[in-house]
Design a protein around this ligand. Sequence first.
Ligand code: AMP
Length: 397
Amino acid sequence: MSQTVLVINSGSSSIKYQLIDPATGDGIAKGLVEKIGESEGHIQHKYGDAIVDLHEPVADHEAGMREVLRLFDEVGPNLAESHVVAVGHRIVQGGKYFDGPALITDEVRGLIQELCALAPLHNPAHLKGIDVARELMSDIPHVAVFDTAFFRQLPEATATYALDRATAEKFSVRRYGAHGTSHQFVSTRVGELLGRSDLRQIVLHLGNGASVSAVDAGRAIDTSMGLTPLEGLVMGTRTGDIDPAVVFHLRRQGGMLVDELDDLFNKKSGLKGLTGNNDMRAVRLMAEGPKGAERDRARLALDIVVTRIVKYIGSYTAELGGLDVLTFTAGIGENDADLRREVCERLAPFGVSIDADANAARSDEARTISTDDSTVRVMVVPTNEELAIARQALTLV
Ligand code: AMP
């Protein structure tokens, strides 16, 4: 077996993991621990045809990680024989410190901790994963791979908010972006597939979380997520762009507290807030359902989603000074042919045209869906954040 990397994504009450062969891109084994700290926990481990599901309380991240290592021992593959050369940790917020992966030392750990103020839901949860994994797998190098790193090179003009300078500096308020690992992976893949490094690209990462980036010759020059992943496109449960004065209004008129507003904007809005469901497949079913208020709400939600995407494509095309490739990725981008068609139809006045059959064909492969005479090449490129993390981790060991 060649070298492998164990990728860990530690959340506040979950740990997702995957053992990957970075050379082939194969996922050798994967699983997740859910509902850590709750009365009824869940652990799933998949290796080959074996799927093990355990329903048992998992007291904390350490207990969860110990169970994962036990499952590797009992179900396989044996980690000691898997040539694990690195553990790659996904970290949401790297702030101004990290423009690439970093070997986790005590100093790097300290910086990730310092950045908890900017990502209070994510970075503390990542630290729990880092701490137990470093303790239990102390003989393997651990590497932090940051969601923000690809956007560390954003031009000042797109990274800086027009907020009072002193306040912004004091509280580190600027646009850090997110989903950078995916945007970098996909835009690099497009360049490789087309054999060009000078492309002006827009990447649409459309999943439950959604973001768009403008990439010029490999460098990100703009992206839709900002200080946090809340800004930008309409998402499963997030508002995306909204007038910040809505916060003042709801505080003053509705008496809502900061945590309630955070919850409302991040967890109860977007598709969920507009239709009652955050899952795009469910929203599509509602939009095709019987005439009535539910169908109207779903259709309006889809219209809002598509309009927001088109708005970003227009502005990013202008920022890039033209567009060579528009790429769809992630759960919705890769699978929802209707959404791709709806977006591209709105771009038809600018000469964008897609082939209906190519768009409708289902495939796990990267592919072009535009017609030969389209002014912009339109592609669907599956993202693979775990593989991207594994490959980045490997560069440091
Ligand atoms: P992700 O966060 O990348 O896993 O993407 C999750 C989103 O992809 C959810 O909103 C799913 O409903 C959506 N999705 C997955 N498959 C399809 C599909 N065939 N058609 C429409 N949406 C899909």
